[in-house]
Design a protein around this ligand. Structure first.
Ligand code: IMO
Ligand code: MG
Length: 426
C-alpha cells in the first residue's frame, strides 16, 4: 500500500444504538468524500434535522444531504428493496439526486418478504424471551448469508434471478412449517419485485474495489456504523443483540478495507443510556427520572416508534465499548436532556451475585446491581452554548470524569439535533 492511501475513519455507537449517529455523520460529512454504511440494514433509524424538517434514514448513508459527497452501501449491509425505494423516493421529493450520490455494493444481501415473515414468526414463538427485534428481517437475512443461501444485490442482474428468488422462498416456506404462525407467502412479493427493478437503475458496484480505488486516489472515507457495540453479535448481550458486527472490525468486513487502513475511530455515546428491545440494562430507571429522560430526550424509536428504556450512563459498558473499538475520540450527545437534574448518576461498577465487579458479565441473565457515583447537575440550559468556555463547571466536571475513566478525549459535544448545535473542543 502506498503512503498516499487515505484512511477510513469510523463512526460507531458505543451503547445500544440510537446514540445520534445520523446527526454526527451529517455534520462530519463535509470533511469527507465518501460516507459508507458497512453493516446492519433498515433496523437502523438515523435521524437528521435541518431547521424545522427532519428525515429518518434507514438504509441510505447519512452523507446523502451533502452535495459532492458520495454514499456507499457496503457489502456488509442487508438491504430491503422496498424500504430502500421508499426512502429514495422521499429523498427525491426533497430534490436529492439519489442516483448520483448513492452506490451499492453487489455483495450486500437482500432482505426478502419471507425473511420478514420468519423474523416475525420467530419472535412470536419466543414469547416472553423475544429479542424485541425491529421485525425488518435482519436476523433471518444474516442467517441465510452465513448459511450460504442468501441472495445478493448483484444477483438481481442475473437472468435467472426470478428462479433464485422462488427457490429461496420455497426454502423459507419449508422453514416456517416449524412455527405455529399464519402468514401469506405472497405478502409484498409484487411490490418487492417492482422495487428490485427500481434497484437495478442504481450504480451497483464491486464495493471493495470501489472503496480501495478511491482511497488510493486520496479520497477520504467515513464509515457509518449502525446499532451500537452492546448490540454486537459477538460482544453484545447475546442473545439480545442484532445479527451483525457493529464494532470497528465490522467496517473492514463490510467494506473490504484492511485493518491497517482504519484511521480515527469516533465513538458516539449519549450522556445517559437508552435501550429499545429486550435484554440486560443494569442502569435502567423505572421512576420519574427515567420518564423525564424519555420525555426530554424524545426517546421513542425512529424505526419502530417504541418507547425506549432509559437509565443512567453505564461506565462499565462504555469502557468495554471503548476497549473493543479502539476509540480515539469520544462524541457526547444529548447532555442537554439533563439540564434540570439536581443530581446525575454514573454506574462505575456492578454488584454481580453479591460480589463487586467492574467488567461486563458473561451471563446475560445475571442479577446486576449498579454502583453509582453522583455528580452535581449544572441546572442551566446547555443548548444555546456554542463555545466550550461557556460550559458550566459542573458539566465540565462530568466530561472530565468520563475522559479520565475511558482514557479518551471528548472532542465533540452535541447539544441539540441541528448541525450548528455542536461544539468542537480544542
Ligand atoms: P440505530 O442504527 C436501537 C435492536 C432491536 C432489538 C435488537 C435486535 O438506529 O442505532 P434486529 O431488528 O436488529 O434483529 O433487533 O437490536 N436494534 C436497535 N436498537 N437502534 C438501532 O439502530 C437498532 N437496530 C436494532 O430493538 O433489541
Ligand atoms: Mg435506532
Amino acid at each position: 500500500m502506498s503512503n498516499n492511501t487515505a484512511k477510513v475513519d469510523v463512526v460507531l455507537g458505543l451503547q445500544w444504538g440510537d446514540e445520534g449517529k445520523g446527526k454526527i455523520v451529517d455534520v462530519l460529512a463535509q470533511k469527507y468524500n465518501i460516507i459508507a454504511r458497512f453493516q446492519g440494514g433498515p433496523n437502523a433509524g438515523h435521524s437528521i434535522h435541518h431547521g424545522e424538517s427532519s428525515f429518518v434514514l434507514h438504509s441510505v448513508p447519512s452523507g446523502i444531504f451533502r452535495e459532492g459527497t458520495d454514499n456507499l452501501i457496503g457489502g456488509g449491509v442487508v438491504l430491503d428493496p422496498i424500504i430502500f425505494r421508499q426512502e429514495c423516493e422521499e429523498l427525491e421529493k426533497l430534490g436529492v439526486p439519489v442516483r448520483e450520490r448513492i452506490r451499492i455494493s453487489k455483495k450486500a444481501h437482500l432482505i426478502t418478504p419471507t425473511h420478514r415473515i420468519i423474523d416475525a414468526a420467530s419472535e412470536a414463538s419466543k414469547g416472553k424471551s423475544k429479542i424485541g427485534s425491529t421485525l425488518k428481517g435482519i436476523g433471518p437475512t444474516y442467517m441465510d448469508k452465513t448459511g450460504r443461501n442468501g441472495l445478493r444485490v448483484g444477483d438481481i442482474l442475473a437472468p435467472d434471478f426470478q428462479d433464485r428468488f422462488e427457490a429461496l422462498k420455497k426454502k423459507h416456506i419449508a422453514f416456517l412449517k416449524q412455527f405455529d404462525y399464519a402468514y401469506d407467502p405472497d405478502t409484498n412479493v409484487k411490490e418487492w419485485m417492482a422495487a428490485v427493478d427500481y434497484l437495478r437503475t442504481f450504480d451497483l458496484v464491486d464495493g471493495e474495489y470501489y472503496i480501495n480505488d478511491r482511497l488510493a486516489q486520496g479520497s477520504s472515507v467515513l464509515a457509518e456504523g449502525a446499532q451500537g457495540s452492546m448490540l454486537d453479535v459477538d460482544f453484545g448481550s447475546y442473545p439480545f443483540v442484532t445479527s451483525s458486527t457493529t464494532i470497528c472490525p465490522g467496517a473492514c468486513l463490510g467494506l473490504g478495507v484492511a485493518p491497517s487502513s482504519i484511521g480515527h475511530v469516533y465513538g458516539i455515546f449519549k450522556a445517559y443510556c437508552t435501550r429499545v428491545g429486550s435484554g440486560p440494562f443494569p442502569t435502567e430507571l423505572f421512576d420519574e427520572t427515567g420518564e423525564e429522560l424519555r420525555r426530554q430526550g424524545h426517546e421513542f424509536g425512529a424505526t419502530t416508534g417504541r418507547p425506549r428504556r432509559t437509565g443512567w450512563l453505564d461506565m462499565v459498558a462504555l469502557k468495554y465499548a471503548v476497549m473493543l473499538n479502539g476509540v480515539t475520540e469520544l462524541i457526547m450527545m444529548k447532555a442537554d436532556v439533563m439540564d434540570t437534574f439536581d443530581t446525575i448518576k454514573v454506574a462505575t461498577g456492578y454488584i454481580v451475585d453479591g460480589k463487586p465487579q467492574d467488567t461486563v458479565p458473561y451471563d446475560t441473565y445475571a442479577e446486576v446491581t449498579p454502583v453509582y457515583q453522583e455528580f452535581k447537575g449544572w441546572k442551566q440550559p446547555l443548548s444555546g452554548i456554542r463555545d466550550e468556555k461557556d460550559l458550566p463547571v459542573e458539566f465540565k466536571e462530568y466530561i472530565a470524569f468520563i475522559e479520565q475513566q475511558t482514557g479518551v478525549p471528548v472532542t465533540v459535544i452535541s447539544l441539540g439535533p441541528d448541525r450548528d448545535e455542536t461544539i468542537f473542543r480544542k
